[in-house]
Design a protein around this ligand. Structure first.
Ligand SMILES: NCCCCCC(=O)NO
Ligand SMILES: [Mg+2]
Ligand SMILES: [Zn+2]
Length: 343
């Protein structure tokens, strides 16, 4: 399988993440992508390509122009306001307040975000742009005939809504790929999110549509991020009713249980008969992941990849979460190797 990777991911190098009342070293760190890349090379998974530049048009097929413009200038606005640290949202429109866009940078950060753990600093914009180009280059490879391609995206994307960032995500790479498939004439696309966390952004972006099926398996939002979306009664709305599927699992869920949800997802995908599949691949389902609570083991990712291959669909993988950096390379590349080894 071919891998798309951009060295520009390393421009995303914030030094803070608000966690437990402290500013900690971010879990979503550059070494994650470098470790996966090293494993791709060590395993000779396939050719490694740098991304092509697709510009902002494909990004704006998913994200609003004002949100994109905000991300581009946010850091400069923050500096111009004389702020001493990294840009961190700290105020949001709570119940009974107005969702209107203020002029002040603190208000703008709150308007365009849903969580406070995702600091912004110099280079975040460039890295987010490169990550979207990585995903779009992987999509192009598949559109040109590859059975599958691995978009080694960093920063991740599945928490990003049309005009909201959070959960370490800015541009929703999986949604951008799904929309690119649609814009290139693929009539129906399925997005399967196997990250430990709910793909709230992806769900929201396609929630009222029946041309893109969105499915996510994840930790119970009653207990974990993103807390306010991802419940099983969220099945889509309007034309999209029945085209969103959430499967929620408790702490200590092993592959033997989780894979029943995977089977359910695969059956739903086969019923939908899509022309392409996008897999939002997080490996924070791993037993040792520092911020999650499932109990998948490394060999399970080989099994996962093989199961996805058996869907027989043109497939684009977008890298999402996974924070046990010692294991992330093996676990992510195991998915690709499991896929490749399955006809
Ligand atoms: N306390 C913030 C947790 C953000 C979750 C990031 C992630 O892995 N999403 O898939
Ligand atoms: Mg998920
Ligand atoms: Zn995650």
């Amino acid at each position: 399988m071919k891998t798309v990777f951009s060295p520009l991911h390393s421009r995303r190098d914030v030094k803070t993440e608000l966690d437990g009342g402290l500013l900690i070293e971010p879990h979503e760190k550059p070494s994650r992508a470098e470790t996966i890349l090293a494993r791709v090379k060590e395993q000779a998974l396939g050719e490694i390509l740098e991304p092509e530049e697709y510009g902002l048009e494909p990004v704006k097929r998913v994200h609003t122009a004002d949100y994109v413009a905000f991300l581009k200038t946010c850091w400069q606005e923050w500096l111009a306001a004389g702020k001493p640290g990294e840009a961190i949202p700290a105020v949001w429109a709570g119940r009974g307040m107005r969702h209107r866009l203020p002029r002040d940078i603190d208000g703008r950060l709150g308007y365009y975000s849903f969580a406070a753990e995702t600091s912004i600093s110099d280079g975040t914009w460039e890295a987010a742009r490169a990550s979207a180009n990585v995903a779009l280059t992987a999509q192009k490879l598949v559109a040109k005939g590859e059975r599958a391609a691995f978009g080694l995206c960093r920063p991740p994307g599945h928490h990003a809504h049309a005009d909201v960032f959070g959960g370490y995500c800015f541009f929703n790479n999986a949604a951008i790929v799904a929309q690119a498939f649609r814009d290139q004439g693929y009539g129906k696309v399925a997005v399967l999110d196997v990250d430990f966390h709910h793909g709230n952004g992806t769900q929201a972006i396609f929630y009222d549509r029946n041309d893109v099926l969105t499915i996510s398996l994840h930790g119970d939002p009653d207990l974990v991020f993103p807390h306010f979306l991802g419940f099983e009664d969220e099945t889509g709305e309007g034309a999209g009713e029945g085209y969103n599927l959430n499967m929620v699992y408790p702490p200590n869920t092993p592959y033997s249980v989780w894979s029943q949800g995977l089977e359910n997802a695969c059956e739903r995908i086969q019923t939908f008969k899509p022309d392409a599949l996008v897999v939002a691949l997080g490996v924070d389902t791993f037993e040792e992941d520092p911020i999650s609570f499932f109990k998948l083991i490394s060999s399970d990712y080989l099994t996962l990849g093989a199961r996805l291959a058996r869907l027989g669909l043109p497939t684009v993988f977008t890298m999402e979460g996974g924070y046990d950096v010692d294991a992330i390379g093996v676990n992510a590349v195991n998915v690709m190797q499991g896929f490749d080894r399955t006809a």
